[in-house]
Design a protein around this ligand. Structure first.
Ligand SMILES: NC(=O)c1ccc[n+]([C@@H]2O[C@H](COP(=O)([O-])OP(=O)(O)OC[C@H]3O[C@@H](n4cnc5c(N)ncnc54)[C@H](O)[C@@H]3O)[C@@H](O)[C@H]2O)c1
Ligand SMILES: N[C@@H](CCO)C(=O)O
Ligand code: NA
Length: 477
C-alpha cells in the first residue's frame, strides 16, 4: 500500500504491559507498516507504562518503558491513552487525567467501566474525545460497538450472554465429563483460564460487571455493577447438571439484561437452565457468546473468544484504530445519552425454576413438600424422584413463578424435617408465556397435593417447546 492512503499518524501511550498490554504492544510493533496499511492510519507507540521498568520484556524496547504512568499521560504529544492496568486505582485517576487533557482513551477495564463508566463518558463527551471499551465485555467479540452503533435505533428487548470463560469451561466439564465442580475448576486454573483467586469468576462478579455495561448500552441508561443481582456457580453439583441435561437443558452462567413491564430493567447474573436447542446452549468450554433480541432486528448472536491476551488485544486494537481515525477527523464516536435506570428487584422477576431437594424417602414427604409450594402460589410443572432411601432426591420444574415466592418456598422447605438439604434452585430460560398454566390450573395446585404431570422421567423436555428462547419478561413479545 502507499503512504498516501493513510490518513496520518497518531501517537499512542499504553499503560500496563501484562497479558493484554503485552499482546497489544506486540501487535503494534511486529509489523507497523502492514498495520498502518490495513488500518489506514499509522499508530506510533511512544511509551509503555509498567510497574517495574527494570524487568526485561521480550519484544518491547527498553527505551519505550517507563515506571511513571502519570507522566506518560501528561506527555503533550500523546494523543490516545490505552489503559490496560485493570482495577479501579490508579486506572481511574489516569483515565480521568487523560480525558481532562483532551486525549482519547481506550480501555479493557470492565471493573472501571462498570463502576464509573457513566461519569467517565460525561467527561469524555465534555472534552469531545473518545472513551472506547470494546474489550471490556466478551474480549474479542464485537458487542459494545454493535450495541452502540449498529443497533442504535433498535428497541432492544433483551441481551443474554455467556460472558465468563472460566465458568463456562467449568460447567462444560461438569456436564460432559461428569466432573465435580472442584475438579473442573482446578482444571480451568491449570489451563490458565481462571484467575489465581477465581472468586471474581465463579462468584459471578466478573459477569456482573459485564452485565451492567451491556444493560447500560442496550437500554441507554446508567447501570452500575451494584445494580446487578448476582449468583455464582459455587456449590453447583454435577448431579443437577446431569438431571438438567436429562430434561433437555444445559446449565449456563448467564448475564441477562432485559426490559420488563413498565419500562424497568432487570439485570442479573445467575446459573440458568438453557434449552439444548437454543444457540447459547451450544457455547462450550472457555468460549463466550452474547444473544441479543430486538424488536426489528429479531435475534442475533455474537460468538468467540472472551478472554486471553491476543483475542482481547484484538478488540483493543480495533478501538485504538477507531480513536485514531476520529482524532484525525476531529470527531468522536457517538456516545449514547444515558438516562437514569429503574432496576426491577429480583424478587419481582417471574420465571420457571428447577429445584432439587434431598429428602427422606417415606410416605407423606411429597405431599408435605407440595403443600409448601402450594401455600406460596408456586405451581409445579413436573416432578421426578432420583435415587432411593438415603440417596432420594426430588427434582421439580415449576411453572413461571415470582422469584420472591420461590425463595419463600425454599426457606420454608428448608425447615421441614423431611428435607435434608436444598440441592439447587436454578432459574429456567426459554419458556413461552403461552405455556403458562391457566388460573384454574394454579388454583388446583394451591389447594395442595402433588400435581404429577407425568411419570418419573416423563417431565416435559425443553425440546417440546415450539421455539427455544432465552427470556423471562412478560409482555415483551
Ligand atoms: N486477560 C484477559 O483475558 C482479559 C480479558 C478482557 C479484559 N481484560 C482486562 O484487561 C485489563 C488488563 O488485564 P490483564 O489480564 O492484562 O492484567 P495483568 O495483571 O496481566 O496486567 C496488568 C499489568 O499492569 C501492571 N501495572 C500495575 N500497576 C501499574 C501502574 N501503576 N503503572 C503501569 N503498570 C501497572 C501490572 O504489573 C501488570 O503487568 C484488565 O482491566 C482486565 O479486566 C483482560
Ligand atoms: N476471567 C475472565 C476473563 C475475561 O474477562 C473469564 O474467565 O472470562
Ligand atoms: Na468485546
Amino acid at each position: 500500500m502507499v503512504e498516501s492512503r493513510r490518513r496520518g499518524t497518531v501517537r499512542v501511550a499504553v499503560l500496563g504491559c501484562g497479558t493484554v498490554g503485552g499482546a497489544l504492544v506486540r501487535l503494534l510493533l511486529e509489523d507497523p507498516e502492514g498495520l498502518a496499511d490495513r488500518a489506514g492510519v499509522g499508530l506510533e507507540l511512544v511509551g509503555v507504562a509498567v510497574a517495574d521498568p527494570t524487568r526485561d520484556r521480550p519484544g518491547v524496547p527498553r527505551a519505550l518503558l517507563t515506571g511513571d504512568a502519570a507522566q506518560l499521560v501528561a506527555d503533550p504529544t500523546v494523543e490516545v491513552v490505552v489503559e490496560l492496568i485493570g482495577g479501579l486505582s490508579p486506572a481511574r485517576e489516569l483515565v480521568e487525567e487523560a480525558l481532562t487533557r483532551g486525549k482519547a482513551v481506550v480501555t479493557a477495564n470492565k471493573a472501571l467501566v462498570a463502576s464509573c463508566g457513566p461519569d467517565l463518558a460525561e467527561k469524555a463527551a465534555a472534552a469531545g474525545v473518545d472513551l472506547l471499551y470494546e474489550a471490556a465485555v466478551a474480549g474479542a467479540i464485537p458487542i459494545i460497538r454493535p450495541l452502540r452503533e449498529s443497533l442504535a435505533g433498535e428497541r432492544v428487548q433483551r441481551v443474554a450472554g455467556i460472558v465468563n470463560g472460566t465458568t463456562n469451561f467449568v460447567l462444560t466439564r461438569m456436564a460432559e465429563a461428569g466432573e465435580p465442580y472442584e475438579a473442573a475448576l482446578a482444571e480451568a486454573q491449570r489451563l490458565g483460564y481462571a484467575e489465581r483467586d477465581p472468586t471474581a469468576d465463579v462468584g459471578g462478579h466478573d459477569a456482573a460487571q459485564k452485565a451492567a455495561i451491556l444493560a447500560g448500552l442496550a437500554f441507554r441508561c446508567a447501570v452500575r455493577d451494584q445494580d446487578v443481582s448476582r449468583e455464582g456457580i459455587e456449590g453447583l453439583q454435577a448431579a443437577d447438571v446431569a438431571a438438567a441435561r436429562r430434561l433437555g437443558f444445559e446449565v449456563k452462567l448467564l448475564a441477562v439484561a432485559e426490559m420488563v413491564d413498565g419500562g424497568a430493567v432487570s439485570v442479573r447474573v445467575h446459573p440458568a437452565l438453557v434449552p439444548q436447542e437454543h444457540p447459547l446452549a451450544a457455547v462450550r468450554g472457555a468460549f463466550n457468546a452474547v444473544f441479543v433480541e430486538g424488536q426489528a432486528c429479531g435475534e442475533l448472536m455474537l460468538y468467540g473468544r472472551g478472554a486471553g491476551g491476543a483475542p482481547t488485544a484484538s478488540a483493543v486494537l480495533g478501538d485504538l484504530i477507531d480513536a485514531a481515525w476520529n482524532r484525525l477527523s476531529g470527531t468522536a464516536a457517538p456516545a449514547p445519552v444515558l438516562g437514569p435506570a429503574r432496576i426491577q428487584p429480583l424478587a419481582e422477576l417471574r420465571c420457571p425454576f428447577y429445584l432439587s431437594l434431598e429428602v427422606a424417602d417415606r410416605p407423606g414427604v411429597l405431599a408435605a413438600v407440595a403443600s409448601v409450594f402450594g401455600r406460596h402460589g408456586v405451581s409445579i410443572r413436573s416432578m421426578e424422584q432420583d435415587g432411593q432411601g438415603d440417596e432420594a432426591r426430588l427434582i421439580f420444574l415449576t411453572h413461571s413463578a415470582r422469584d420472591g415466592d420461590v425463595q419463600a418456598t425454599l426457606a420454608e422447605l428448608a425447615r421441614l424435617d423431611a428435607v435434608r438439604h436444598i440441592g439447587a434452585a436454578i432459574r429456567v430460560a426459554g419458556v413461552e408465556e403461552a405455556e403458562e398454566p391457566g388460573e384454574a390450573d394454579r388454583g388446583a395446585n394451591r389447594a395442595g397435593g402433588p400435581r404429577r404431570e407425568g411419570p418419573v422421567g416423563g417431565a416435559p423436555r425443553a425440546g417440546d417447546r415450539r421455539r427455544a428462547r432465552v427470556g423471562w419478561a412478560r409482555g415483551s413479545e
